[in-house]
Design a protein around this ligand. Structure first.
Ligand code: HEM
Length: 461
């Protein structure tokens, strides 16, 4: 091909407008999305093969359907995509931590924090997780089990304790309840501000703003006090804060400032406990509907862990089926059900263009239920994740509960290990049955929650 012909072909490359999903004048697709996003997403998936243009909240948003295109946005062309405006709200509460930051600052923080989440370092945290779970189970066991138990709340409590203990270790002794309460209020207030259509300036003395300030003061006093104390002690502790304190940038030799450490701790708390708790509650819900899978899980837990109240940490790695159950539950109910990115420059997906300044959407919830990749997608079948099984033959972006590319969840191994521990010890202790009168449907807020707290009838084994 001559040079001129090549030039002509590229300049004339067709870029088609992305098909627009029709909506209401002015409001576009906003109402449909506020009312029932999952139904509309399923409908769109059936109608469109590659990408659809939506108008939500006055913004142009482009939703991709294929694993290849999700990979393009999250990984191959990730440098073209930044945090979407939604993250600005979170910044008020979480500061400039891994979740909310962008660009070179984020890259440096990620480099510094990554080693703390290395598999070997996590092994040290497993013992804390097991001990906290055992204490929590003792409390549950002595509760009134003649009534259904609110498992959503129960898992929220234990994941909060686990994240506080793994972050701050023994320094939380005697302070855990106050601290986790303050961190949880901050998290709750951040979420409600993010979802609220009206946001008063933070300087106005509204009740929520005042609660936020109080919680923020309490959290800051604790974390800054602890950082100060640790810096004076000059001894390395193997909790997450200890690892972050000693982390050194291999390129510059720099360490994190007090403010950065504070922001990362609050971020890890916020990103780390609700997602895991919600996912555990969904897992229990699925097990109440599949007693055969529960029985198989209980058999594995009993065989591998035996009867010891605190089984050795390395035993949990042998809980293969337990991990499959967790993975399949994350497929059906991925807490991070949709991810958004803002395009810095025009981007091209096949013949289509995502314009600079607009938002690209990647939706794990849809990818995980695409019948092209997952036969009978609604069926709960942990064997999909058996070693060498169907999942291993799929495109790597057909399954992304933890996102993908450089912004892959830094806590993914932490979360899987925690869920394996929680689930195995829970089913070893209890039989689980459905509570009558509950109709559970997914409610997509910031995370994919059940529409009401999940209740289950527990009985000691
Ligand atoms: C089932 C549990 C969890 C799920 C489903 C989950 C999911 C995710 C997803 C999808 C992202 C990427 C968001 C995006 O690309 O926009 C993310 C980021 C993140 N997650 Fe998780 N997560 C879980 C547990 C945890 C835990 C336990 C921690 C910490 C202990 C954690 C810390 C973080 C942090 C700090 C980020 C931001 C990473 C960055 O941008 O560099 N997550 N998580």
């Amino acid at each position: 091909m001559s040079g001129t012909a090549f030039l002509m072909e590229t300049t004339a490359a067709p870029t088609h407008p992305v098909p627009l999903h029709p909506g209401l004048p002015f409001l576009g697709n906003t109402l449909a999305f506020v009312r029932d996003p999952l139904t509309i997403l399923h409908t769109l998936q059936r109608k469109q093969d590659r990408i659809v243009h939506l108008r939500i909240g006055g913004r142009n948003q482009y939703l991709v359907f294929q694993p290849e295109d999700s990979k393009h946005i999250l990984q191959e062309n990730n440098r073209n995509y930044g945090r979407s405006p939604a993250f600005e709200v979170l910044k008020i509460f979480l500061g400039n931590g891994l979740l909310t930051s962008d660009g070179d600052f984020w890259r440096r923080q990620r480099r510094l924090a990554q080693p703390a989440f290395h598999r070997q370092k996590l092994a040290a945290l497993a013992e804390t997780m097991i001990a906290e779970t055992a204490d929590w189970l003792d409390t549950l066991k002595s509760a009134d089990l003649t009534q259904p138990v609110n498992v959503s709340q129960a898992f929220m409590d234990v994941t909060m304790r686990i994240v506080c203990k793994t972050l701050f270790g023994s320094d939380t002794s005697g302070k855990l309840d106050g601290l986790s309460h303050a961190l949880d209020s901050l998290n709750y207030l951040a979420n409600s501000r993010m979802l609220s259509p009206i946001r008063f300036p933070m300087s106005w003395p509204t009740p929520n703003n005042q609660r936020s300030k109080r919680a923020q003061r309490q959290v800051d006093t604790f974390i800054y006090g602890l950082i100060d104390q640790r810096r004076k002690q000059h001894e390395d502790k193997d909790d997450l804060l200890g690892m972050l304190l000693s982390a050194e940038d291999e390129e510059t030799g720099e360490r994190m400032s007090d403010q950065q450490l504070r922001d990362e701790c609050v971020t890890i708390f916020s990103a780390g406990h609700e997602t895991t708790a919600v996912s555990m509650a969904w897992t229990i819900y699925l097990l109440t509907k599949h007693p055969d899978i529960l029985t198989r899980l209980q058999a594995e837990s009993q065989t591998v862990l035996g009867d010891a109240r605190i089984p050795p940490a390395d035993a949990f790695r042998r809980l293969i089926y337990t991990l499959q159950v967790v993975q399949e539950s994350l497929r059906l109910y991925p807490p991070a059900w949709i991810m958004s990115r803002r395009a810095r420059e025009d981007d091209h997906i096949g013949p289509y263009t995502i314009p600079a300044g607009d938002t690209a959407l990647v939706c794990p919830y849809l990818l995980h239920r695409d019948p092209a990749n997952w036969p009978e997608p609604e069926r709960f079948d942990p064997d999909r994740f058996a070693p060498g099984g169907p999942k291993d033959k799929l495109h790597s972006y057909a399954y992304l509960p933890f996102g993908g590319g450089p912004r892959l969840c830094i806590g993914n191994q932490f979360a899987l290990m925690e869920m394996q521990i929680l689930l195995a010890l829970f089913v070893r202790r209890f039989d689980i049955n459905r509570a009558s009168g509950q109709t559970i449907t997914p409610k997509p807020l910031i995370t994919l929650r059940p529409n009401q707290p999940i209740q289950a009838v527990l009985s000691n084994r």
